[in-house]
Design a protein around this ligand. Structure first.
Ligand SMILES: [Fe+2]
Length: 343
């Protein structure tokens, strides 16, 4: 670890050096918890001999790299959600990567057309439905605005990035006006003011407060296997996963992804890591850890994830989702989504 890295480590207090004094470790700034990416990074080090350091941040990652400027030790940015990846690009803290190996492993719909970010795994924004009270086994996003669900739907905050991504996809598919009508319908069907995280919606279904909830697929895996809070297993048991729009355009997905930092001091090694992460092997290790879907051709989700049912992902380029985020956020306010039903 050289002096600059050491300074960063002291300043942050959380830079986790895996080891040693190798001239060129890869420094990763991550919104993803270190234990989730450790198996992946260990496999990379085993294969290449290149060590990695992870700086975990739960907020302000982009601002930090921006403030560090040209002296930033960051090589690679690791994050989830198209909003954050796009934000990193817009802040000018990333640089483009044009690499055949990476591009062939990551379908074009899941990466920035200018190479500033790359998706590695996907998560589907699905409907959690009460096993007890919902008989149907298929659904569409459009149907969530149908008055037949009045008082039956629970979601988290409409401004949360996870919902914004879905609402953005609705704008991309239907145009602003229809999307607004739809969002109004969804709001009118809410059982309560938007509150809690994705898992809280499953909990509310378990508790009988609502019949349908919106949530990501990976939380189902996290609930099913939760030994720390075993009551979450009961929440998971109370729901079935409905993959919206399976019969037409497919289910909206978001990505976890990576970007090469603009001033990456160890660019060659970082590119090797990017290639490894993009590879089928890398994606499968990662996807299994986080209950997500690998996207390289020929890869498969873990058994637990396959147990949710079959996903047919919407083919809308993730970049197009990013474009509509601002408008989606405005619509949430315009329809008073977060005020909940009947206001
Ligand atoms: Fe999450």
């Amino acid at each position: 670890m050289n002096f600059r890295k050491l300074t960063a480590a002291i300043a942050s207090g959380v830079l986790l050096a895996t080891a040693g004094t190798a001239a060129a470790d890869v420094n990763i700034y991550s919104y993803r918890q270190p234990e989730l990416i450790a198996p992946l990074l260990d496999a990379f080090t085993k294969e290449t001999g290149i060590e990695t350091n992870v700086l975990y941040l739960d907020k302000g990652l982009e601002e930090r790299i921006e403030a560090e400027g040209q002296n930033s030790p960051a090589d690679l940015i690791f994050t989830v959600d198209i909003g954050r990846l796009n934000n990193a690009k817009e802040k000018g803290i990333t640089q483009p990567v044009e690499n055949e190996e990476i591009n062939s492993a990551i379908p074009a719909q899941y990466r920035d057309s200018e190479g500033h970010w790359f998706g590695l795994t996907t998560r589907g924004r699905v409907v959690y439905a009460s096993k007890e009270r919902v008989t149907q086994d298929t659904i569409t996003y459009e149907e969530l605005a149908d008055p037949k669900w009045k008082g039956k739907i629970c979601t988290r905050d409409g401004q949360h990035a996870y919902n914004i991504a879905l609402f953005s996809s609705m704008i991309a598919h239907h145009g602003e006006e229809k999307a607004k009508e739809w969002l109004t319908g969804l709001k009118n069907n809410l059982a309560r003011k938007p509150t809690g995280n994705d898992r809280a919606q499953a909990k509310a279904i378990f508790a009988g407060e609502c019949d349908l909830g919106l949530g990501y697929t990976y939380y189902v895996g996290l609930m099913q296997t939760n030994e720390k809070e075993p009551e979450q297993k009961d929440w998971a048991k109370a729901i079935k996963v409905l993959f919206p729009n399976s019969a037409d355009r497919g289910t909206h997905v978001n990505i976890s992804g990576m970007a090469l930092a603009k001033h990456a001091p160890n660019k060659d090694e970082a590119l090797k890591l990017m290639q490894f992460l993009a590879s089928a092997q890398g994606q499968e290790i990662y996807a299994e850890q986080v209950f997500e879907y690998p996207i390289a051709p020929g890869t498969e989700a873990s058994e637990i994830v396959q147990g949710f049912g079959e996903i047919k992902p919407d083919t809308l380029p993730i970049e197009d989702v990013a474009k509509n985020r601002k408008r989606a956020s405005e619509l949430v306010d315009e329809v008073g989504y977060n005020n909940g039903p009947s206001s």
